[in-house]
Design a protein around this ligand. Sequence first.
Ligand code: PL3
Ligand code: FE2
Ligand code: FE2
Length: 237
Amino acid sequence: MSATSCDSPSKNSPAYDGPAYRQAYGRINGMVVVGEGLADRHFRRLADMLPHDREELLRLGAMEARHARDFVGCARNLGVKADAGLAQRLLSPLQQQFQQAEAQGDLVGCLVIQCLIIECFAVAAYRLYLPVADPYAAPITAAVMADEQEHLNYGEQWLRPRFAAVADQVEACARRAVPVALGMLQELGSDLATIGIDPTELVAEFVVLFQESLQAIGTDAGAARQLVNRLAARALA
Ligand code: PL3
Ligand code: FE2
Ligand code: FE2
């Protein structure tokens, strides 16, 4: 009897031990582990750029390193080997945009890429993964989601009081980075579907979260909606 028939929280749970699930999970898990490692490096870079918040940012980076280890454990638990190669290729444009922003002294761009875009993406992805996760991964995912919300809050709290001064930079960065972030999903679409996540729903969840984030830092609701919808439409075209 497969684990799904007795342990799973939902009757829609995928067959975690089937070959299709395991292959797709290897690629998605690789994406998550490499993404968490990248987030760790980004927070350590941000700690250097923001000496006043250094301790806090190093703490957030350490949480990311922990997430990477926890998700490595999820793959190990299923006896699946993570595919880091695909993940490195898919994440590299976003990583390059962060590096470019850093090289140009664009601290706002760095914060938008890591704390708003990557974190909104992570919260959206883990929210949709949670109901279809295997019984080992589910509580880990729930705990990680709460941490990602904290990372998102850090960015929002830094940007909100400075909104008037940073609004143009935030928008310029979103125009460059959101299409790149959503582009990663194009190649992951069928693997996401195999593990039980509807890729269209993931885009929709990201759009809602990122729009809320733009509003939380001071963007007016209509402008936030228009920007995010345009970027999403362009990325999916
Ligand atoms: C921020 O803390 C980390 C960013 C990680 C990026 C995650 C990319 C996720 C792609 C879709 C994953 C679905 C969830 C599956 C979990 C094993
Ligand atoms: Fe994380
Ligand atoms: Fe995070």
